[in-house]
Design a binder for this molecule. Structure first.
Ligand SMILES: Cc1ncc(COP(=O)(O)O)c(C=O)c1O
Length: 458
């Protein structure tokens, strides 16, 4: 029977949740044009939309808020965060940003110009869009195992090194201002990248003189996977592993809303002094003075504490145990998911669960709507709604390889009973899967359409 380590904390404060009735849920869906981003929080029972900014802060983090220094420039909070970033990540410079995409925006504004390419294992949607917004082309070169949902490779987030090398030789270094790697690979199932792979990616980028930036949102979860799965690392601490990872890179973009377990915040860190100076100028224009970067001093303090808590190994064993547990409960009933479970989420494979719904009719969106209607559970489609693109030359639609629905688990928020409720709801939906229908889009913006698109059931 599936199980996971008990929470290494007890609950000191609660937030009531309530399941509204099915008619109300159906009405809410019509009102929001079948886009779950439009729902109000009180219309949701279990919210698995994202693990980003939705975690519970600890008593130590709440206490740290009270020490926040709100000086416009030179705040003590900034220097406390600087110390944590320096001790864990080791980069010489950093600027705080209000969240991860703001760090991506600064990086892309400084370096991406029309016609450039930015390779990665897989870019997250905001990184993808920030590169495109500057006229660049995001390129995903993840190992093919990422697209085989049942292949239990321990590091399915790995970059395909041959593809990376061939790609750089094909387009030329002058068209690649920097290269990236996302750990863990959110768009590809929350799968980790091995240290061996990170080392080789670093070698290839640096061989060609290309700066190497890591999207480090879930660096602690990735480090713990390395400890659990990679030969030679079981005796190393997650901190030592994290340091080894970042010593291989020239900088990071970080959304602190993930592994720093805060509700808002991020940063861009780097070793290069010129880059830091340019980033400061850009930051002042868009985010704020470089010692607060769009955040309150108290937010910086909460991140400084959370970065350490996110690396705690008892916490990580429970955390990765939770996603593993939910995955096992679903696999016991043959519900197709990406295997093995990701770090922060379980990804339902809507393509395999609903083979009667073609990609043009959004099987993932259909499944996520059913989850809300049946159980008041909010999830997110990571499939054609999020990633289908029109080929600019032929006008033909290019569909992603997988149609997924992500069940992201907020950090330190839900208990095993909540996870059992989610599993039972999915098992019930799967038992009447033929009744589910596709949807059509009736409105969409040019970029990041999944946030605001409107749908109608077919
Ligand atoms: C891998 C990855 N990169 C970047 C981001 C963007 O971070 P933020 O939502 O803080 O802007 C996310 C957020 O979900 C992510 O998962």
């Amino acid at each position: 029977m599936a199980t996971y380590p008990p929470e290494p904390f007890r609950i000191k404060m609660i937030e009531p949740i309530h399941l509204i009735d099915r008619n109300q849920r159906a009405g809410a869906l019509r009102r929001v044009n079948y886009n779950l981003f439009g729902l109000r929080a009180e219309e949701i029972f279990i919210d698995l939309l994202t693990d980003s900014g939705t975690g519970s802060m600890s008593q130590t983090q709440w206490a740290a808020l009270m020490t926040g220094d709100e000086s416009y420039a030179g705040a003590r909070s900034f220097y406390r965060l600087e110390k944590a970033i320096h001790e864990i990540f080791g980069f010489r410079y950093f600027v705080p940003t209000h969240q991860g995409r703001a760090a991506e925006n600064v990086l892309c504004t400084l370096y991406v110009k029309a016609g450039d390419y930015i390779p990665s294992n897989m870019h997250f949607d905001t990184t993808d869009a920030n590169i495109r917004a500057r006229g660049g082309q995001p390129v995903n070169l993840v190992d093919e195992s990422a697209f085989d949902p049942t292949f239990r490779h321990p590091f399915k987030g790995n970059m395909d090194l041959n593809k990376l090398q061939a790609f750089i030789e094909e387009v030329g270094v002058e068209k690649i201002p920097f290269g990236m790697l996302t750990i863990t690979n959110n768009s590809g199932g929350g799968q980790p990248v091995s240290l061996e792979n990170i080392r080789n990616v670093s070698k290839i980028y640096h061989h060609f003189g290309i700066p190497f930036f890591i999207d480090a949102c879930r660096y602690a979860e990735n480090s713990f996977f390395i400890k659990q799965r990679e030969q030679g690392y079981s005796q190393k601490s997650t901190l030592e592993i994290a340091r080894e990872i970042f010593a291989l890179a020239d900088g990071v973009t970080m959304s602190a809303k993930k592994d720093a377990i805060v509700n808002i915040g991020g940063f861009l860190a780097m070793n290069d002094q010129d880059m830091y100076q340019n980033a400061c100028n850009e930051l002042i224009l868009r985010e704020g003075f470089p010692t607060y970067g769009g955040l309150a001093g108290r937010d910086l303090d909460a991140i400084a504490v959370g970065l350490w808590e996110g690396l705690d190994e008892d916490y990580l064993a429970y955390r990765l145990g939770q996603t593993g547990y939910l995955a096992e409960r679903l696999l016991e009933k043959d519900i197709p998911i990406i295997e093995p479970a990701g770090g922060h989420a379980v990804y339902l494979d809507a393509g395999r669960l609903l083979p009667h719904i073609p990609q043009s009719e959004f099987p993932g969106q259909s499944l996520s709507i059913a989850l809300y209607l049946e159980g008041g559970i909010r999830s997110i489609e990571i499939g054609s709604v999020m990633f289908a693109q029109k080929n600019p030359k032929s006008g033909e639609t290019i569909y992603p390889k997988l149609e997924l629905v992500r069940l992201a688990i907020p950090r330190r928020v839900y208990t095993q009973a909540h996870l059992d409720y989610v599993a039972d709801t999915i098992i019930q939906i799967a038992s009447k899967r033929e009744e589910l229908r596709g949807l059509m889009i009736t409105y969409q913006p040019a970029l990041l359409r999944h946030f605001t698109a409107h749908f109608e059931p077919l």
